[in-house]
Design a protein. Structure first.
Length: 462
């Protein structure tokens, strides 16, 4: 694990006695105080936790915790997979076991002409024809516009333009135009003409079907218009009655999810998690969202801004899991790198909810990591008995943090403090590392994770 000189020594006891009741978390990721999350307990609370029996929350989805996001099984079969995110037309869904989650990936907030025949398979041309009929009948267009320099212009999603020097480099077929997502007319079209007709193809049994939602970076600033010279201009106020600013845009997103839940609760959506301008709005934006996915939960970037992003990611997903909702979390790991995989798995175990799926994938590859490379860690630890815990280290403050979480037979540690940490294992009990060796302390390098056990492991991991 490298050189451990100039380390910071921390003495803390592993949580030995769980609480007898669960605290309902309230999300606060402003990073303003030492420990800003009510469910992220302090060291004192952990060491003085009263004895009692913890009720492990029951899993309500398929028992397999193996997830895949646009990846393929390596060393295991499709029937072992618990949740798979793939293109709408993927034939891999048919290879999965009954009850496994089949997440067909699409969109709801912006569309491109190419969608008719590729990726999301959204009926773009049909929506354009329907919109033209609605306009002719005197109703508001569903495709969003903004007036700039005296001209009404389409509002585009900047990521789809492939901007180079603020000029689009992609084909017009790939330019995604925003739609009025809170419109009842659009929601009805999305439900009946897209999900039920195209994605589900009028299937009657859709209990294991989910709709993936791409590009869930709900940032109004990512949208804009092209000026007369073809240059992209962001944050141009949209024409009324479309949202006029970031707050109104987020409200329209919330309205889409709320209305969808009310009129079509059988349609379970899973957002590909992105950024929010104000992370504290995560609970309200995702209030009616039953599932989420993350493309990489384990990016080890030492820069302060990246650490802040990781802090917000972990806390948002931890809150989501506390609501017993579903998540598929991918971790990109280096092949043949045991430490990399261990850290990725520890991050997953920090934040996992009862209905989560772990989706590790090799870097620069579509191959999933074989479960036999990590399942023994989980089985030795057992189930979580407490929420994630955060300790602020040194003088740097947030987001230079030490994360931990108590499990039935041990504790998970993830070090994002900026320095190597020496952790003394206190209390009247024995501790073991993954190989079964008795230990009294552990050393955790920055941007890595590990775990200790309070029972000798059934499996020896080196």
């Amino acid at each position: 694990m490298g050189c451990f000189r100039n380390t910071t020594s921390i003495s803390r006891a592993i949580a030995g006695s769980p609480t007898g009741r669960c605290v309902q978390p309230v999300l606060n990721i402003a990073c303003l105080v030492a420990v800003s999350l009510p469910w992220a307990t302090t060291a004192t609370q952990s060491q003085n936790r009263p004895s009692g029996t913890v009720q492990v929350t029951t899993r309500t989805v398929t028992q397999s915790e193996i997830g895949l996001i646009f990846a393929y099984p390596t060393g295991f079969s499709w029937r072992d997979v618990g949740a798979y995110v793939g293109v709408v037309s993927s034939d891999n869904f048919a290879k999965m076991s009954a009850g496994a989650l089949r997440i067909q990936h699409g969109r709801f907030q912006h569309f491109e002409p190419a969608d008719d025949n590729a990726f999301a398979l959204f009926p773009y041309s049909r929506l354009k024809r329907y919109d033209a009929d609605e306009i002719a009948a005197g109703r508001q267009p569903l495709f969003v516009t903004a007036t700039y320099q005296g001209k009404k212009r389409p509002v585009y999603f900047s990521w789809s333009l492939g901007l180079r020097g603020n000029v689009p480099s992609t084909s017009r077929e790939q330019w995604m135009q925003a739609v009025d997502v809170s419109s009842d007319r659009f929601i009805d079209f999305w439900i009946n003409q897209y999900v039920r007709t195209v994605v589900w193809q009028n299937r009657l049994d859709i209990s294991d079907r989910w709709i993936g939602i791409d590009n869930c970076a709900f940032l109004w600033e990512l949208y804009g218009v092209l000026d007369d010279h073809g240059h992209f201009v962001s944050s141009v106020p949209w024409d009324a009655p479309y949202p006029q600013d970031s707050d109104q845009y987020l409200e329209s997103i919330k309205q889409f999810f709320h209305k969808l839940k009310q009129v079509a609760p059988e349609i379970k959506v899973m957002c590909n998690m992105g950024s929010l301008k104000d992370g504290n709005q995560f609970p309200s934006v995702y209030a009616d969202v039953p599932g989420l996915m993350a493309e990489n939960i384990s990016e080890a970037d030492p820069r302060g801004l990246a650490r802040l992003g990781q802090y917000r990611l972990l806390n948002s997903i931890s809150w989501f899991g506390s609501q017993n909702r579903v998540a598929v979390l991918r971790a990109i790991v280096q092949p043949d790198n045991t430490e990399d995989l261990r850290t990725a798995h520890m991050i997953y175990l920090l934040i996992k909810g009862p209905n989560f799926f772990f989706a590790p994938q090799f870097k620069d590859s579509t191959s999933a990591v074989p479960p036999d490379q990590y399942v023994d860690m989980r089985s030795d630890l057992g189930e979580p008995i407490a929420p994630m815990r955060i300790e602020r280290e040194g003088t740097k403050g947030c987001p230079y943090d030490m994360y931990s979480r108590s499990y039935q037979r041990g504790t998970v540690y993830v070090n994002w403090t900026g320095t190597t940490q020496e952790i003394a294992l206190l209390g009247n009990r024995h501790y073991f590392d993954s190989s079964g060796k008795r230990i009294t302390h552990i050393t955790v390098a920055d941007l890595t994770g590990t775990y200790v056990l309070t029972e000798a492991p059934k499996h020896s991991i080196h």
